[in-house]
Design a protein. Sequence first.
Length: 158
Amino acid sequence: MIFDTLDNAARYGHISPLLAKGLASVAEIAAKPPGRYEIDGDDLYAMVQEYRTKELADSVWEAHHKYIDIHCVISGAEADGYCPDASKLEVTSPYENERDAELFKASIDAAGKVCSDGDFLTCTPGTFVVFFEYEPHMPCVALGGPSDVRKVVVKIKA
């Protein structure tokens, strides 16, 4: 997992040419209407999303096997969860190749806190998070109450 600002995106170009190209494409794609945009076929594409954030109790952990995600908030703010160890989470939906997604239960205690080894990042405009394949993450979580978010998610074939 990487968490940084788009101002520092060039620092990560040495990791992968597709990662560099994906980060560089965010500014151009951010102004487009919601939908999917191919950058390099199925190897690299982006989705512009608009949605209302969800309460923690209504959120789920997800992990992908074939794609790396770059989440870039364009407007609004949200919390994105990250769990470094999937074995600590309970699988609720086994991996589906078609959706490239495995889902996990978010255990919530009486105080409304997540009961797992996950942590949350505050994602605001100008920040990005890279979730590598097999890394459970929980996007779209409300900060202090549901709000509107516009986001670019770049998918990089792993």
